[in-house]
Design a protein around this ligand. Structure first.
Ligand SMILES: NC(=O)C1=CN([C@@H]2O[C@H](COP(=O)(O)OP(=O)(O)OC[C@H]3O[C@@H](n4cnc5c(N)ncnc54)[C@H](O)[C@@H]3O)[C@@H](O)[C@H]2O)C=CC1
Ligand SMILES: O=C1[C@@H](O)[C@H](O)[C@@H](O)[C@H](O)[C@H]1O
Length: 336
């Protein structure tokens, strides 16, 4: 069976996912496109999906009988409406992060999927599919003893002017919020945020860098540095300190050179390159599950927990380092 996929939002990542579906992965084809900027959908049709129909709205695309499954890759604030429409249509739906921009919105999706009674939603937390994180999880689960501390860093070389302080959490650290919970098999109970002086390359509406300290239910303390004007590259670090030893996220593969009296490795500069393989694996997983009319991988509950945790971290940006409690509701049986 070829899963007929409709893509809502054909900007940077929508285009890239359409490319991997039509040119890299198996079992699916992009048959429908929609974007508020029609020219963007037309460009993807011309370059990647020549047979795709262009729909004026995401809702019309989702309702089309020619679409089996949906990719929601529009701006974050529009995700909720499209995911709810996909569940109402009974169609598997891959939604890029964030699942919704508010915890209430994510809860509406959880409640709707629970009422539907079957998993249809996968959230685009691709790091769970990254070979390095998978290897790190094996070491954490079986080699280094119970985790005590985690030191993590999420560094982007630069961000646009419209990127403001809360986005360091909602847009950037949300990846650590999800992947560290998965890595440790634990939940968060509190968040604190510390700000060193801002880097000279930042701007007036962005305090950068910042350090978020999360405490988990099992008592692990996690520090995450978010530094989105680090200038030197796109750099993701993670080190878990356990009872018996330490495990670190492998560096991405890069040729080492001995040149001009220097021993060197290149550092990547773009998230697309850093996680290119994991985007392929996550979407192939989505296609396999969608062919069976369901979804697997990171679920709506994970998206909801990430939203609750993000909100707590953003609240903690305003408390001068004081802890903000994170309280989770009971997890529905659908997500056990
Ligand atoms: N998993 C990951 O590593 C990444 C995830 N993302 C997420 O993907 C989403 C999209 O990000 P980008 O592609 O970078 O943004 P973008 O701005 O390049 O593309 C978004 C597209 O959505 C369209 N759009 C906006 N509102 C719409 C609506 N109501 N209906 C249909 N189309 C609409 C825009 O016209 C634009 O073409 C965001 O939620 C972002 O957080 C983005 C980059 C990496
Ligand atoms: O999801 C992503 C972007 O939206 C976000 O803006 C970046 O900070 C992250 O590194 C990237 O993975």
């Amino acid at each position: 069976m070829t899963v007929r996929i409709g893509v809502v939002g054909t900007g940077a990542i929508g285009r890239d996912h359409a490319r991997r579906i039509n040119k890299v992965l198996g079992g699916a084809k992009v048959v429908a496109l929609s974007d508020v900027n029609r020219a963007s959908a037309e460009a993807v049709r011309n370059d990647i999906a020549p047979d795709a129909e262009i729909f004026a709205t995401g809702e019309e695309l989702i309702a089309s009988p020619d679409v089996d499954a949906v990719l929601v890759t529009s701006w974050g604030a529009t995700h909720e409406q499209y995911v709810l429409a996909a569940i109402a249509a009974g169609k598997p739906c891959f939604c890029e992060k964030p699942l919704a921009t508010t915890a209430e919105g994510a809860k509406r999706i959880v409640d709707t999927e629970v009422a539907h009674g079957r998993r249809l939603v996968q959230v685009g937390f691709m790091r769970r599919y990254d070979a390095g994180y998978v290897a790190l999880k094996q070491a954490v689960d079986s080699r280094i003893g119970a985790p005590i501390m985690v030191h993590a860093a999420h560094r982007n070389p630069t961000v646009p002017e419209q990127y403001v302080t809360p986005m360091a959490i909602h847009d950037t650290m949300i990846h650590e919020i999800d992947v560290l919970r998965w890595l440790l098999d634990d939940d968060y109970v509190s968040a604190r945020v510390l700000f060193p002086r801002s880097a000279a390359r930042s701007h007036a509406r962005l305090k950068d860098p910042q350090i978020v300290i999360l405490e988990t239910a099992k008592g692990t303390i996690i520090d995450v540095e978010i530094f989105v004007n680090c200038h030197y590259g796109y750099d993701i670090q993670c080190q878990v300190v356990g009872e018996d030893g330490i495990a670190s996220l492998p560096e991405p593969m890069s040729v080492q050179t001995r040149l001009g009296a220097k021993l060197q490795n290149d550092i990547l500069t773009d998230w697309k390159d850093r996680f290119i393989a994991s985007y392929d694996v996550e979407l192939q997983d989505f296609i396999h599950a969608a062919a069976k009319g369901t979804a697997s991988g990171p679920n709506a509950w994970d998206g909801y927990v990430a939203a609750i945790t993000s909100d707590a971290c953003v609240a903690a940006q305003e408390t001068d380092g004081a802890a903000v409690e994170i309280k989770l509701p009971t997890r529905p049986a659908l997500y056990q």
